[in-house]
Design a protein around this ligand. Structure first.
Ligand SMILES: NC(=O)C1=CN([C@@H]2O[C@H](COP(=O)(O)OP(=O)(O)OC[C@H]3O[C@@H](n4cnc5c(N)ncnc54)[C@H](O)[C@@H]3O)[C@@H](O)[C@H]2O)C=CC1
Ligand SMILES: O=C(O)C(=O)Cc1ccc(O)cc1
Length: 314
């Protein structure tokens, strides 16, 4: 792999993603200097206590001065504000990127602010957890995970290759995508699952008033899996919903239609159709495992053994 090194990297936002980047940049020796900027003085103090960088400031413009690579890791609704703040202080030829979960809206907010002498290349590591803040990050977060770059057509190829090499040095596999396509794909594989989780946990929480503590007491692992996703950061997910509105509404529409047909199958006792649907969906997970993508279950071996039995109709 090509040697990747930046004299100075500025990290704007030092939560789960920013602090994971700081840790892996340090571990892999990818920067001569790591400058950290974040909005709140309290978070900045914590980043300093954790020794995540070489310089610390609450002034985003100050942090990017002289930086060869700037990575913005803030909730997507704040991207435009950050771009406005840093625009006048960027170094000639700097690469400016981000990690936001939505891409078209981030481009619409940031691109108009970027001076002509910098390379703006949006990105999105498909790696995360339900935790947030500087304590939540870890250097291995990006290992084996995809990072999707959504460069604009006119962007300098060398700069794109350098950013791709950076993410590879962080342990990621790198793909390129059109921003609109990214937003549609992520709406179904990431945004919708989170919204379904927020919704089911909300419904159970409403029921809780009726059933007292039974929802918690008898919660099986299926429900617990939903509570993990539904405990994700409210600011981040509010911003994702507001910034990928069209694709999310499209996927929610399809989801509601399919849920209505599922309701009908149950109402009419159509066991064959239910069995066929559940067989088809089980094959999706098998496909993920066979493609060598990580699944989160700690009992990975048992899961794949169960799946490999195939679908017998009793
Ligand atoms: N949490 C996850 O699993 C993943 C999140 N992302 C994306 O990464 C970005 C950051 O998410 P997390 O690190 O999880 O959030 P986080 O809540 O852990 O950290 C956000 C950081 O941004 C700072 N911040 C907020 N507004 C700011 C501003 N105007 N100027 C400077 N700093 C500001 C906060 O102080 C905090 O340090 C979001 O855009 C999110 O969509 C991408 C992949 C996974
Ligand atoms: O915690 C999980 O299961 C996630 O799905 C993490 C995640 C959240 C948002 C992203 O844009 C990418 C990854």
């Amino acid at each position: 792999m090509a040697q990747v090194h930046f004299e100075k990297i500025a990290l704007i936002g030092i939560g789960l993603i920013g602090s994971s980047l700081a840790r892996v940049i340090r571990r892999e020796g990818l920067a001569g200097h790591i400058a950290i900027a974040t909005r709140s003085a309290e978070t900045l103090k914590r980043a300093e206590e954790l020794g995540l960088g070489d310089s610390y400031t609450t002034d985003n413009a100050e942090a990017v001065k002289g930086a060869d690579l700037v990575i913005v890791s803030v909730p997507v609704g704040s991207s435009g504000l950050v771009a406005q703040e840093i625009a006048g202080s960027l170094k000639d030829g700097a690469i400016v990127s981000d990690v936001g979960s939505t891409k078209a809206s981030v481009i619409a907010q940031m691109q108009p602010e970027m001076p002509a002498n910098v390379h703006f290349i949006p990105g999105h590591p498909i790696a995360g957890t339900e935790y947030s803040g500087p304590d939540a990050g870890f250097a291995e977060l990006f290992t084996g995970r995809w990072c999707i770059l959504t460069p604009l057509p006119e962007t300098n190829e060398q700069a794109i290759a350098k950013l791709a090499a950076f993410w590879e040095a962080c342990g990621s596999r790198v793909d390129r995508m059109d921003p609109q396509h990214h937003d549609l794909v992520l709406a179904i594989v990431s945004h919708l699952p989170h919204l379904i989780a927020y919704n089911i946990v909300g419904t159970a929480n409403d029921l809780e008033q009726v059933t007292k503590s039974e929802v918690i007491k008898y919660s099986a692992s299926g429900f617990r899996d939903f509570t993990r996703l539904a405990s994700s950061d409210p600011t981040m997910w509010r911003d994702v919903c507001l910034n990928n509105k069209d694709a999310i509404l499209e996927m929610l529409g399809r989801f509601s239609e399919d849920l209505a047909s599922l309701q009908r199958l149950i109402r009419w006792g159509d066991g064959d159709a239910l069995f066929d649907l559940f067989t088809r969906t089980r094959a999706v997970r098998r496909g993920i495992i066979e493609a060598g993508q990580e699944v989160d279950a700690p009992d990975f071996g048992r899961q794949s053994a169960t799946l490999s039995k195939g679908g017998e109709r009793p």
